[in-house]
Ligand binder design. Structure first.
Ligand SMILES: NC(=O)c1ccc[n+]([C@@H]2O[C@H](COP(=O)([O-])OP(=O)(O)OC[C@H]3O[C@@H](n4cnc5c(N)ncnc54)[C@H](OP(=O)(O)O)[C@@H]3O)[C@@H](O)[C@H]2O)c1
Length: 314
């Protein structure tokens, strides 16, 4: 458990000595361009200093615009924010990695990235089509390379100095271990779905042992209902400690030693989701005892973004 009770300024050291990552991260997976800009500005104003992007989200330009304007207006230096973006599946071929990285930097209007992640371990047919499909609608995978081939190209970006740290996303422990063992530059961060219904305890323990930051996405269960925000244990804890269910879920994530990504889309929710402090130990343990198990996002199985259809009990 983390000692400080105020989680707003909690930072996670990176294992390659390049600095540290603010535990509370703002995710930019927002389909609408105007909302991307307003939500990113609101997050910056609320205090978020960690921004998670991806070429796949197709809004790096809007995020870049919002960050530029927000930094200038708030007197915030580039060094005060931590920016991540991700290499998409259709760019896994080693010769495509540097151009994809450079294109993301240009769209984000940045000179360097704090963190670059391989978005998923699945290589798709190389090219500019992000979602290559055959006539039957099936994804066309690229069987001609390994994840380690791509990882080595990622290591070269760190050598050049324009990327401070590298990591992996949507990866299982079984896939992470061989990369960790073979890597010249070890993964600094692993970004995966995680919340009380999917604690990923084994992966978290491995990450803690190796000094890898475990970065949880969907800490609010993607806001899906019925779901975590309405879970009876979460609601009861929220009422008891005088916080909202969202604040309880985000606090639980930081308290167990993970960083997190959340995507509030209004200024009020940005302030709410940033105002996170430690839960009493009994409340923390009560959440740890939740037995429901559910993965919401299928990307880890296929490389294609998408939610698993929910089966409602009648
Ligand atoms: N690596 C990957 O494959 C991957 C996959 C998915 C996501 N991500 C990253 O993770 C980020 C976080 O996404 P997420 O869906 O996991 O975020 P999340 O914060 O768990 O869920 C967002 C949903 O929660 C709702 N919400 C936010 N704050 C709330 C509050 N205070 N009270 C009630 N509802 C609230 C939002 O509703 P409104 O829309 O109404 O505000 C939205 O529907 C993404 O932006 C992206 O950067 C990565």
């Amino acid at each position: 458990m983390i000692e400080s009770s105020d989680f707003r300024l909690t930072r996670m050291p990176l294992n390659n000595g390049s600095g540290n990552m603010p535990a509370l991260g703002f995710g930019t997976l927002i389909p609408d361009a105007a909302v991307t800009i307003s939500a990113t500005r609101d997050a910056l104003e609320a205090g978020f200093r960690h921004f998670d992007c991806a070429e796949r989200y197709r809004n790096e330009r809007e995020v870049g615009e919002a960050l530029q304007a927000g930094l200038a207006a708030g007197g915030i230096a580039r060094e005060d924010i931590f920016v991540t973006t991700k290499l998409w599946n259709s760019n896994h071929r080693p010769e495509r990695v540097e151009p994809a990285f450079a294109a993301s930097l240009e769209r984000l209007r940045l000179k360097y990235l704090d963190l670059y992640l391989i978005h998923t371990p699945f290589a798709f047919q190389p090219g500019d089509e992000q979602d290559p499909r055959d006539q039957n609608g099936n994804v066309i995978y690229d069987r001609g390379l390994t994840l380690l081939d791509t990882w080595k190209a990622m290591e070269s970006l760190v050598d050049r100095g324009t990327c401070h740290a590298i990591g992996l996303s949507d990866i299982s422990l079984n896939e992470l271990v061989p990369i960790y063992e073979s890597a010249r530059i070890k993964p600094a961060v692993v970004e995966v779905e995680s919340h009380p219904y999917l604690p990923e305890t084994e992966l978290l323990e491995f990450c803690k042992e190796k000094g890898i930051v475990f970065l949880a996405f969907a800490p609010l269960g993607h806001g899906m209902t019925p779901g975590l925000l309405e879970d009876p244990v979460i609601s009861a804890v929220a009422a008891r400690v005088g916080k909202t269910p969202a604040q309880v879920l985000l606090a639980w994530a930081v308290q167990r030693g993970t960083a997190l990504l959340t995507t509030p889309k209004s200024a009020a929710r940005a302030r709410e989701n940033f105002d996170i402090s430690a839960l009493p130990e009994d409340a923390f343990n009560e959440i740890n005892r939740i037995q429901t198990r559910q993965r919401l996002n299928d990307v880890v199985n296929t490389g294609s973004p998408g939610f698993i259809p929910r089966v409602r009990s009648t």
